[in-house]
Write a protein that binds this ligand. Structure first.
Ligand code: ATP
Ligand code: MG
Length: 332
């Protein structure tokens, strides 16, 4: 094989990289560690571990679907390309980067420039809903309309796709991380115990559900008792998380309605009949498909391996550039 082909899903919580011939070879937190002099040392899990030892600050390159820290993004690309392509490169890799559909023009340009700076031969960008649709196996090249509801950590990126393009779309800054934050606020208000983000995240995953659970589940968690200023314990039930999750998902359901309202009538009938494909890590919350189906009145199906759909779709797209080229921004 000559140059490698990489697909990089630049999520705000997770970074995923697919290498042609190897599959998804990297899935780590979207974080970079910098020392006191601003030198970037590592990314992902290694960065988190260094931060636990206390000698670095963590910087987040992407937040809310936009570039939040351009210097950290530049360092991140260099670290990724070194990790997956090796330092001694004879051939430069082609790189497909998956970005939120709401990413603005200057940020898109910045992403392409850092990828090129990191050694990419040609850099392409693809919007997350199109990539996720391809990764979920939807036949996006045909004339039919396909509804994709891509729910990530900080964004909900919803689109009707037909002939490899988004016909109507909405991208909200509203993702699974916002539900975790709501849970932290709720628990603190009710009990005075402040949970850190990873503890609230654990509760959401363990007992969380968007529909009334068959049997109530309860988890006991440790946090900081604000009133006594000492460690404290609190229990969280699935019913409690359910109330918050329903409210949270109603926002995505409203965006689905708005996207359908913008969809031409000729496509609407088959979209309504076929329903929506759910992708992105946040669709792992139990009952998300049932709640969204009930609120929107459309059938909803969760893709298999939903958090990896966008990365896999980016990898498939880079193999099919002739078909898909009109949807990419690219520089070489
Ligand atoms: N089992 C689970 N139950 C509930 N939520 C989950 C589960 N697994 C992952 N999530 C949520 O999925 C979200 C991360 O999804 P994903 O990896 O698709 O985000 P991202 O691509 O980094 O974000 P974005 O695309 O918005 O920039 C997090 O909010 C996480 O809490
Ligand atoms: Mg994402």
């Amino acid at each position: 094989m000559l140059g490698k082909k990489l697909a990089i899903d630049l999520g705000s919580s997770a970074l995923r990289v697919h290498v042609r011939g190897e599959g998804i070879s990297l899935a780590e937190p979207s974080l970079v560690a910098a020392d006191a002099d601003g030198r970037f040392l590592s990314f992902g899990i290694e960065a988190l571990h260094r931060a636990q030892r206390g000698d670095v600050v963590l910087r987040r390159p992407i937040a809310d679907g936009q570039v939040a820290d351009a210097a950290a993004l530049d360092a991140l690309f260099a670290l990724i390309v070194n990790r997956v392509a090796g330092r001694q490169r004879i051939f430069k890799p082609d790189v497909m980067v998956v970005v939120a559909s709401s990413m603005n023009g200057p940020d898109r340009r910045a992403v392409m420039e850092v990828a090129t700076h990191a050694g990419a031969r040609t850099t392409y960008l693809i919007d997350a809903p199109l990539a996720a649709a391809i990764g979920a196996g939807l036949p996006v090249s045909g004339p039919d309309g396909h509804l994709v509801v891509h729910l990530g950590g900080s964004t909900s990126d919803i689109a009707v796709i037909s002939r490899e393009g988004a016909i109507a779309s909405q991208c909200l800054v509203h993702g699974g991380g916002h539900l975790t934050a709501r849970l932290q606020e709720h628990v603190e208000r009710r009990s005075g115990v402040l949970l850190d983000e990873s503890t609230a995240e654990e509760a959401k995953r363990e007992v969380g559900s968007a529909v009334a659970p068959h049997e109530e589940r309860v988890i006991t968690l440790s946090g900081l008792d604000r009133r006594r200023a000492e460690p404290g314990e609190v229990t969280v039930s699935s019913t409690e998380v359910c109330v918050l999750a329903r409210e949270h998902l109603r926002v995505a359901a409203t965006a689905v309605d708005a996207v359908l309202a913008d969809t031409p009538a000729a496509l609407l009938a088959d979209v309504r009949e076929r329903g929506g494909m759910l992708t992105g890590g946040a669709t792992r919350l139990r009952g998300t498909d049932r709640l969204l189906a009930a609120v929107t009145g459309l059938p909803m199906q969760t893709a298999s391996d939903p958090e990896n759909c966008a990365t896999r779709g980016g990898a498939a797209a880079i193999e099919n550039l002739d078909v898909l080229r009109r949807n990419f921004l690219y520089i070489r």
